[in-house]
Design a protein around this ligand. Structure first.
Ligand code: HEM
Length: 265
């Protein structure tokens, strides 16, 4: 591999501009993978989601009797009368040192929900207006691709399918976060203002149902978060760094994200 200034690597490989021999043997290039706005909104979402889940746990504690009675009988995993796991067992609160502090939980929840909503809306709007949605919205082949990617991750198959910015599994997962975010907001508003927004609460199946959905979509976010961070660790430093600096180093033979952006314009 020839060592060259990153800018010239990018220019040579991504734009195809001839470089009179000096960098023509370069085997890597540096490309803008994540625009600045996406990186900002992405990193804002992490502490905000964390605070929403944390304060949600403080609120949930309020009327959960963790010793014997469990008024929230619906928040469990089980079949019929058999319960495998109840949300949440006593040890869980002890482990997290979560104090029974519903007012504190509500204050955080009602403040950070605005940032969660505005950040999520800004991401959807930016992604739509900038054309980045083309990399995120699932395509017809994404579902087949997602199965292939899962099989590769489980070491049951070799060779990832061809991709530019995101593979099918990522497209589905990232689009799901937008849908889950919308569901969080709708169910949240339905239980925040059940009188004023009674039509929304009714549409979602009533107060208890909206609350149940709010809880399970949170579990969905938690599931996404665990798998997402695990995949990021497995993908390695180059991929992680791209969400901080914006740029990723790629072999020149890899499909160019920038070229695809230009083609779409
Ligand atoms: C420690 C926490 C996190 C780390 C280390 C992390 C890391 C990353 C990285 C490296 C990417 C780029 C993947 C790639 O280029 O292949 C990415 C994309 C993404 N992450 Fe995270 N992430 C974290 C938390 C979150 C959270 C909390 C959410 C949302 C609930 C989230 C949602 C997303 C989405 C939607 C994308 C695609 C963004 C776009 O292209 O518009 N991430 N993340």
């Amino acid at each position: 591999m020839q060592t060259t200034h990153p800018a010239s690597l990018e220019q040579t490989a991504a734009s195809g501009v001839p470089d009179h021999g000096e960098t023509s043997k370069a085997s890597i290039r540096m490309e803008l993978k994540h625009p600045l706005a996406i990186r900002w909104m992405h990193w804002v979402s992490f502490p905000v989601l964390f605070t929403m889940i944390w304060s949600g746990i403080l609120i949930y504690w309020n009327n959960s009797d963790n010793l014997n009675q469990h008024p929230h009988r619906v928040y469990r995993v089980g079949i019929g009368k058999f319960t495998l796991f109840r949300f949440f067992p006593d040890w869980f609160y002890k482990l997290l040192h979560a104090p029974p502090h519903v007012t504190l939980g509500l204050s955080y929840h009602f403040f950070f929900m605005w940032i969660f909503a505005l950040n999520g809306l800004a991401w959807v709007l930016y992604t739509w207006l900038s054309g980045e949605w083309r990399f995120i919205v699932p395509q017809r082949k994404s579902f087949r691709e997602a199965i292939q990617v899962t099989l590769v991750d489980l070491h049951l198959r070799k060779g990832l399918p061809h991709q530019t910015k995101y593979n099918g599994a990522q497209r589905i997962a990232y689009t799901a976060t937008a849908l889950m975010g919308a569901m969080m907001l709708f169910t949240g508003v339905a239980i925040y203002k059940p009188t004023q927004m009674h039509w929304l609460t009714s549409l979602l199946g009533g107060y208890e149902m909206a609350r149940w959905l709010h809880f399970w979509v949170t579990m969905g976010f938690l599931g996404f978060f665990i798998i997402h961070v695990l995949q990021v660790v497995l993908a390695g430093w180059n991929n992680f760094r791209s969400m901080v600096s914006g740029y990723e180093i790629q072999p020149v033979s890899a499909p160019s994200i920038e070229a695809e952006r230009r083609r779409a314009k």
